[in-house]
Design a protein around this ligand. Structure first.
Ligand code: SF4
Length: 414
């Protein structure tokens, strides 16, 4: 039996979930390989493959699978095909009907491997959390260099930045929050409603520290000098999160880190920010969505807009760069409010750390989004597409502005 795991790049570089599935498969004694469809050729998966497992963690990965499926079926003709990852869980019926691919919806790596490989003759080798295997992906360098603030600089926006080879880790799975546009609570909701085996009360769980440290050590050996902590939210549980970063810093004092976290968690960690900077945390990415209570309340974000400047100020004082993300094109804002975002960035000195694509991001109503149950969304003009719902803003001028900014930004900046 030979298994090929096909995935797309994840934040910070190599596909982490596919690396974990590869490790789980090998622990079960399955001959397996994993490749990154965004970077590698299908033939890199080798010959004699009889089981193919596609991993679609997010919407772009689902679209990639949709585009490449004919080619994949041709390359691995005669193999059995399976698919896993939240985006495919939300689209199970369509995927099974269109591609004849069985969707395996467990979040547990060993359960997915057993589902794909039949569990026959695999025994009970391996269980629990595994360290991702990364040896069959392209080297970290192939994912480009991270441009990171100098960890010794007082002003984290001061250039030049340092170019560092980047690795990525996950220190926790899931998220304790319920922002209604986000895939994390939507997946949690789907699992609970489907009574899937193994569903626990915990919406977010930390991985064991030894697993995280082993993954970091592997990537340092591969040349990593900067680690992106890709958890949905890195500081939901501040004490273990701080302990992990302190320990990674103790073992690898030259590493720098970046993490994703919420505005209210930055504020909650206010007394730890200086220590985090000393341990090498040079940047945090935080979804502001939009500095307006109208938007934050509509998506159940869990904090108010007046908290955003507090978080900005705390990061500035700690010397940690803050990289905000936004969804300005949403149904709750007026054209004037959307057009005011660049001035707001200027006022808050965030222009240099905001990716220009954030000014033309539009709310995505993917299949499975919790927002689809909301009256404010149900009242919009909606059109069902294959993998998502298109929506129209109540003011057609906003959709015109959106078309204009997307065209001006160029392909892929949406
Ligand atoms: S905090 Fe972030 S990851 Fe968690 S539900 Fe909200 S948007 Fe999603």
């Amino acid at each position: 039996m030979r298994l090929a795991i096909l995935a797309a790049s994840e934040e910070g570089g190599q596909p982490l979930r596919a690396g974990r599935l590869l490790a789980a498969a090998r622990q079960r004694g399955v001959k397996a390989t994993a490749i990154d469809l965004t970077k590698q050729k299908l033939s890199d998966a080798g010959v004699g493959v009889d089981i193919v497992l596609l991993v679609t963690n997010d919407y772009p990965a689902l679209l990639l699978m949709n585009c490449k499926m004919a080619e994949i079926k041709q390359e691995f003709a005669g193999a059995k095909f399976f698919c896993t990852g939240p985006s495919s869980h939300f689209n199970r019926a369509r995927i099974e009907e269109k591609f004849g691919v069985q969707v395996l919806s467990s979040l547990d790596d060993f359960t997915v491997i057993d589902g794909a490989c039949g569990g026959i003759g695999l025994g009970l080798r391996g269980a629990g959390h595994v360290v991702p295997e990364r040896g069959t992906f392209l080297p970290l360098k192939a994912y480009g260099m991270a441009e990171v603030p100098d960890p010794c600089a007082n002003d984290p926006y001061d250039r030049p930045f340092q170019s560092r080879i980047q690795g990525n880790i996950q220190a926790s799975i899931g998220c304790i929050h319920v922002c209604k546009y986000c895939g994390e609570p939507a997946e949690d909701d789907r699992r609970r409603r489907s009574n899937e085996p193994g569903v626990t009360k915990a919406k977010q769980s930390m991985l064991p520290r030894e697993v995280i440290l082993a993954d970091v050590a592997n990537q340092v050996k591969m040349g990593a000098r900067h680690i992106a902590i890709t958890d949905a939210d890195a500081f939901s549980f501040p004490t273990p999160a701080l302990g992990n970063i302190e320990e990674m810093h103790r073992v690898h004092p030259d590493l720098t880190f970046e993490a994703v976290t919420r505005v209210d968690h930055i504020i909650k960690c206010r007394n730890d920010l200086a220590a985090l900077k000393r341990f090498g945390l040079v940047r945090v990415t935080s979804s502001f969505e939009f500095p307006s209570d109208k938007v934050l309340d509509a998506i159940d974000k869990g904090f108010k807009a007046d908290r955003i400047p507090v978080a900005i100020d705390l990061c500035k004082k700690a010397g940690i760069q803050l990289k905000p993300t936004f969804i300005p094109f949403n149904p709750w804002l007026t054209a004037d409010e959307i057009l005011g975002l660049p001035a707001w960035l200027e006022k808050n000195e965030l222009v240099s750390s905001t990716d220009p694509s954030q000014l033309c991001t539009r709310l995505l109503l993917y299949k499975g989004s919790l927002l689809l149950k909301e009256p404010s969304i149900q009242g919009l003009k909606l059109k069902e597409e294959e993998w998502h719902w298109e929506w129209e803003h109540p003011d057609p001028a906003v959709d015109q502005i959106y078309k204009y900014v997307v065209a001006a930004a160029g392909p892929g900046k949406r």
